[in-house]
Design a protein around this ligand. Structure first.
Ligand SMILES: Nc1ncnc2c1ncn2[C@@H]1O[C@H](COP(=O)(O)OP(=O)(O)OP(=O)(O)O)[C@@H](O)[C@H]1O
Length: 388
């Protein structure tokens, strides 16, 4: 081609921006339902623990599942971990049906989806050392490593959870470790499987307030460095704001609101989320007040017809008492299951649930206070926790 001939615009390999593929969620739950039979063999009674829950977890992102005690959060985690079968619905791993049948399939699934439990005291066997527990996990998931290769793998795991230097921790028994350090060992054990998903069921609620932030920062580090998808279960909505990219709020077995964490916590749309946010850091305070004003939390054996929040909602009307509200759009990427938002995105019909209860909104507190107080020490290594 001569210098003055018109240049043909040909794509240059590697410089064209690739058309972004729609991202497939690593783990997806579709219309998940769990009804626990109760009352004996002949009884037809069931606890409606989880109904019609849809949820998506993406690589390198955290979804928080928030709600008061009994709202169904742990049941969802156990369903996603496939520790029990769902009554209905589907679980998809990287787009494929992942319902496990049999031990082998369960093992393969557990490698990719690991769970971290609330109680680091109960989840570690007191008669075994850290070395024993981690070696076992490494061998189950990565084969029979020995000698130097095993030592390297142990060191790598302990370093990853900031238990450094590793030799200081590897031969300890659980009782020789603090609560935060035990939770780190439990996380290291989960990481031994090199999972794609971590299901963290209230991972900080049993820990001393002063070390909670360190564990959340560790999980955040794993999210970023290893691109793990994390489901973070909590009743503390303030910590969801701090830690999660997306927040889903549950009430009595159903999701009532979902969206990016900042919007959900700063501008809650569903009346229940409004109460939950304003009552932080003490959700029990909310329970006492709201119950006093509006009756008890609903029975999950005979849940309220229509919106399950209707007996406690100051705005409930006949529609709320007869039809289950779907998750309606209430802003970009946001939904709320409230009839108040039918046909309108801002939902001005609702006003403020707090005014209706005659309360002044409080500033957001909870973990955020802790963050302010301990912010400078947020990156402390676990060894510093000893000194507390
Ligand atoms: N095995 C079971 N048999 C009968 N009912 C159950 C069973 N497990 C859970 N439930 C009920 O299901 C409902 C949801 O329980 P779940 O533990 O999922 O709630 P949660 O939001 O995690 O509460 P918490 O924060 O207290 O753990 C509750 O009413 C609970 O009593």
């Amino acid at each position: 081609m001569s210098a003055d001939s018109p240049r043909r615009l040909e794509p240059v390999m590697g410089t064209e921006p690739p058309t972004p593929e729609p991202e497939t969620p690593v783990l997806r739950a579709v219309n998940l339902r769990k009804h626990f039979p109760i009352g004996g063999f002949r009884s037809k009674k069931v606890v409606h623990a989880v109904d019609d829950v849809n949820l998506e977890l993406y690589r390198g992102r955290v979804v928080a599942l928030v709600g008061e005690s009994g709202s169904g959060k742990s049941t969802i985690a156990r369903l996603l971990a496939q520790l029990m079968p769902a009554t209905d619905g589907q679980i998809l791993l990287n787009g494929e049906d992942a319902t496990v049948k049999g031990r082998r399939a369960f093992r393969a699934y557990v490698r990719r989806v690991q769970m971290i439990f609330q109680d680091p005291f109960g989840s570690l066997n007191p008669i075994h050392t850290v070395r024993y527990m981690l070696t076992r996990a490494i061998r189950i998931h990565r084969g029979n490593l020995r000698g130097e290769a095993l030592e390297d793998a142990l060191s790598e795991l302990l370093t990853r959870v900031q238990l450094t230097p590793p030799e200081r921790y590897v031969d300890k028994f659980p009782h020789e470790l603090s609560g935060g350090q035990r939770q780190r060992v439990a996380i290291a054990r989960a990481l031994a499987a090199e999972p794609e998903v971590l299901l963290a069921d209230e991972p900080i609620s049993m820990l001393d307030v002063s070390i909670r932030l360190g564990i959340l920062n560790l999980l955040r580090d794993l999210r970023d460095r290893l691109q793990i998808a994390i489901l973070y279960i909590t009743h503390d909505i303030a910590s969801a704001r701090y830690f999660a990219d997306r927040t889903m709020v549950m009430y009595a077995g159903r999701v009532v609101e979902a969206g990016d964490s900042e919007s959900v916590t700063q501008d809650p749309k569903h009346p229940y989320t409004q109460l939950l946010v304003r009552s932080a850091p003490d959700p029990d305070d909310l329970d006492a007040r709201a119950r006093g004003a509006r009756g008890e939390a609903p029975s999950l054996v005979r849940p309220p017809v229509g919106c399950r929040f209707n007996p406690r909602c100051p705005f409930a009307n006949d529609l709320c008492r007869s039809e289950v509200p779907p998750l309606l759009p209430v802003g970009e990427g946001r939904t709320a299951a409230c009839w108040g938002y039918a046909n309108r995105e801002d939902g001005p019909v609702l006003g403020s649930v707090l005014d209706a209860y005659g309360r002044r909104p409080q500033a957001d507190a909870g973990l955020l206070q802790v963050i302010e107080v301990t912010g400078r020490s947020a990156d402390r290594s676990a060894s510093k926790e000893d000194e507390r």
